[in-house]
Design a protein around this ligand. Structure first.
Ligand code: ADP
Ligand code: MG
Length: 458
């Protein structure tokens, strides 16, 4: 059986055994990457680390059992992260590589992360050719072009800001790839997310390798830092970043930064860092207008070599307004649907649109934070909202407080009130403690990120 078909059959079985929301959240986006025929290990791909851990911990038994029902040569299952945008591609690569002769052979493929250049951290899938320019992003695009032509001299730093899914990462990585291509080996480009930068700083301090870390960052000619808003408020990182920034800046090295908001709106950002940012060029990316959304859809559909009726594309463009990632997501689902069912009716189309929009742009509520944290630690939400001081609920409660502050921006008194009717000093203490722990302990940080990811997806 082909891996795709095998996996479809397995999912069909699992779907009957677990709840619908769990199935949709955790397994719908999974795939069977392949099987090692020698040791009988099947490799299952999940879209992110969180899903990987979750599925491995909760559903391993069911998955293994079900796989073995269809293919008794499978002895075990391994899990790996496969970034979503590669999923379609990944499957076809696996199929192309299929060795003739043995029909049942599933050829394991290279982990897809390997496509990312380890030296620059750039993902080759982001190119400027595939970046569609319209009124919402033309300023940022033009500034980026100027930077590419005149690295380090024209706009430094270039600070690009805009909402989620509007193309910041695409534009910056596309520029990075373009710079590498244009200047070839003569230029060092490095792309990092601010979380990666933060982790590097923390682990350099912990392992006493600060000099190595400094060298790594200060040796680059073009430093691209994505989502800088996460650096704000973390004193050590911010200081280290400031020094790195100055060292690069003074040597005419190019710095490109993105954020979900302008520097003036990152409340915890140190003043001197803010004024440095404001000294360069600031360009925003706003929501694409209807024409641009339609152009994006048409281009992406064309790339898939799949014809979708204009009226379907027009409908999607009119409904999905605030996020290009969602636009792509709807298109992918619609194409998939049409391929399998031969067409799509307006009702189903609207269902797909509503599903997709809700996933990423709904506002997270206090109740969801409480429930997600409780689920994560397998305790009852009531334990979090009660005054109880049992050891196993104290830290989860502090984490919930931290998340209410960090993600929902609730006031401390409000947070204290919601979680155990405590006063605001308890809430402040909890948030500080968790924040410290995040900076100190990478594993802990990972845990918090997993919970956040789960919240965004819930
Ligand atoms: P952000 O970093 O702002 O959250 P991304 O760069 O990750 O957004 O973009 C989300 C998705 O939308 C990506 O798949 C990206 O390729 C696509 N995208 C965004 N803007 C454009 C654009 N102008 N042209 C083509 N694709 C785009
Ligand atoms: Mg991004």
């Amino acid at each position: 059986m082909e891996s795709q078909e095998l996996w479809k059959a397995v999912l069909g079985e699992i779907e009957l055994q677990i709840s619908r929301p769990n199935f949709l959240t955790w397994l719908k986006q999974s795939q069977l990457i392949g099987k090692d025929n020698k040791d009988g290990v099947a490799l299952v791909g999940l879209p992110n680390n969180f899903a990987k851990e979750w599925v491995k911990n909760r559903y391993h038994k069911i998955i293994l059992g079900s796989l073995r029902n269809f293919d008794s040569s499978i002895k075990n299952v391994d899990y790996s992260v496969v970034h979503q945008s590669f999923v379609g591609e990944g499957i076809s690569v696996a199929q192309k590589k299929k060795i003739g002769g043995d029909k049942d052979e599933l050829v394991p493929q290279l982990p897809l992360e390997l496509k990312i250049d380890p030296k620059t951290n750039l993902n080759p899938k982001y190119t400027l050719e595939s970046f569609i320019v319209g009124s919402s992003n033309e300023l940022a695009y033009a500034a980026m072009q100027a930077v590419i032509k005149d690295v380090g001299k024209k706009y430094n730093p270039l600070f690009v800001y805009g909402g989620v899914g509007l193309g910041k990462t695409h534009l910056m990585q596309g520029a990075g790839n373009e710079i590498v291509r244009y200047y070839q080996k003569n230029i060092n480009v490095l792309y990092v997310t601010s979380e990666k930068f933060l982790n590097d700083v923390v682990s350099a301090i912990r392992n006493k390798r600060i000099e190595d870390m400094k060298k790594k960052y200060r040796d680059v000619d073009v430093l691209i830092i994505d989502d800088i808003q996460f650096i704000g408020g973390k004193a050590t990182t911010e200081q280290e970043f400031f020094h790195t920034f100055n060292a690069l800046y003074e040597n005419n090295k190019q710095i490109i930064i993105s954020s979900d908001r302008p520097p003036s709106a990152i409340p915890t950002l140190e003043e001197r860092l803010r004024s440095r940012f404001e000294g360069g060029m600031i360009a925003d990316i706003s929501y694409p207008d209807y024409e641009m959304r339609l152009a994006i859809l048409k281009t992406k559909a064309q790339k898939k070599e799949f014809i979708v009726e204009d009226k379907v594309l027009e409908h999607i463009a009119s409904k999905v307004q605030k996020n290009i990632r969602e636009l792509e997501g709807v298109l992918n689902k619609v194409v998939f649907y049409i391929q399998h069912k031969g067409g799509i009716d307006p009702k189903r189309l609207d269902e797909i649109i509503n599903e997709t929009i809700q996933v990423t742009s709904k506002n997270i509520t206090v109740q969801e934070v409480i429930k997600t944290v409780a689920d994560f630690f397998e305790i009852s939400p009531i334990d979090l909202t009660n005054r109880g001081r049992k050891k196993e609920v104290v830290e989860p409660r502090q984490i919930a407080m931290y998340l209410l502050r960090d993600m929902l921006k609730l006031s401390y008194p409000h947070i204290g009130e919601k979680l155990g009717k405590r006063d605001h000093t308890t809430a402040i203490h909890a948030c500080e403690k968790i924040e410290k722990e995040i900076n100190r302990n990478q594993q802990f940080n990972q845990k918090i990120m997993m919970i956040k990811e789960k919240l965004y997806k819930s």
